[in-house]
Design a protein around this ligand. Structure first.
Ligand SMILES: [Zn+2]
Length: 304
């Protein structure tokens, strides 16, 4: 305890000591929380600022979570424009350690090959999640867990060098299970390669690329923007013309909109889970894909 205190004093009062219990890591999503846990195991205490299911524009961060961030040694985030609510949180915490690019800030998008970076989108209003710097839903390609956990391993290993071998071993065990999962999910969806789908929100391009689905269109004409009657009519006509059999919704999608698009477009609707914890079965990162692949395979089989 005295040694921990001395270390804290040596590092300066603003920097919490790593010694003395599991260090705190804060993430902006439940998916990143699950991936930090895959690397950190029981050697870290992880908390997500956002719940599994939320409106990306309106995450309500509680005072208790702000307190957690103040004692955390690392903030792990999706980056791009995925967390428009985070700037307000960081202003409230007012801790220079979490300055973007600093040693206690980890933007895991840096190690990922992004999709849709060429789509020019102007921010129509301040603080809206519009996929303006590329599509931010990259955690939905399970293969991206490799670079993401690599970045987490580097950050945790730098902050706690003595724990690095344990973090490395945890990650290796996780990657072995991930590779087994990738083989299982790829085999389950192999019969449906090339299937054409429409999505409500454009959350699935990474997932679709990994498993060979073709995303023909999104119901939202631009991310977060509800469709006009004219754009809905054009979309459902296109769905019928191009033989789209499946509409991918999320738990937050409007039920009446999903029912209407599916009926008018001649497609079957399936609800996939966008984040760990968004469904009781999706309790960790690998289970998220077990749930989604099972739902998708069943829906595609029924939609044939
Ligand atoms: Zn989005």
């Amino acid at each position: 305890m005295l040694r921990a205190l001395a270390l804290a004093l040596a590092l300066g009062a603003a920097v919490p000591a790593w010694a003395g219990g599991a260090p705190a890591v804060v993430t902006t999503s439940t998916d990143l929380k699950a991936l930090v846990e895959a690397v950190g195991g029981d050697r870290v205490a992880v908390e997500s600022l956002a719940p599994a299911l939320h409106d990306p524009h309106a995450v309500d961060v509680k005072p208790g979570q702000l307190a957690k961030l103040k004692t955390a040694v690392l903030l792990v985030r999706i980056g791009l424009d995925h967390e428009p609510w985070l700037a307000r949180v960081l202003r409230a915490v007012n801790d220079p350690r979490f300055r973007p690019g600093g040693p206690h800030d980890l933007d895991v998008s840096k190690g990922v090959e992004l999709l849709q970076t060429e789509i020019a989108r102007v921010r129509s209003e301040r603080g809206v999640h519009v996929h303006g710097f590329g599509n931010p839903h990259y955690w939905l390609d399970p293969a991206n867990a490799r670079p993401i956990t690599q970045a987490i391993l580097e950050a945790l290993g730098r902050l706690a060098p003595a724990e690095r071998p344990a973090f490395t071993a945890n990650r290796e065990r996780f990657l072995a299970r991930l590779d087994a999962g990738l083989a299982r999910w790829t085999a389950a969806l192999a019969p449906y390669r090339g299937a054409r789908v429409v999505v409500v929100h454009d959350s699935w391009p990474y997932f679709a690329r990994r498993f060979g689905l073709e995303v023909v269109a999104a119901v939202e004409p631009s991310p977060g923007v509800p469709p006009s009657p004219a754009s809905l009519a054009a979309l459902t006509a296109r769905m019928r013309e191009s033989g789209v059999r499946l509409l991918i919704a999320e738990p937050s999608s409007s039920t009446s909109l999903v029912t209407q698009v599916a009926a008018r477009g001649g497609a079957r609707a399936v609800t996939l889970v966008p984040s760990v914890g968004g469904d009781p079965g999706a309790r960790d990162y690998l289970a998220l894909f077990d749930v989604n692949v099972r739902r998708l395979a069943e829906a595609l089989a029924a939609a044939r």
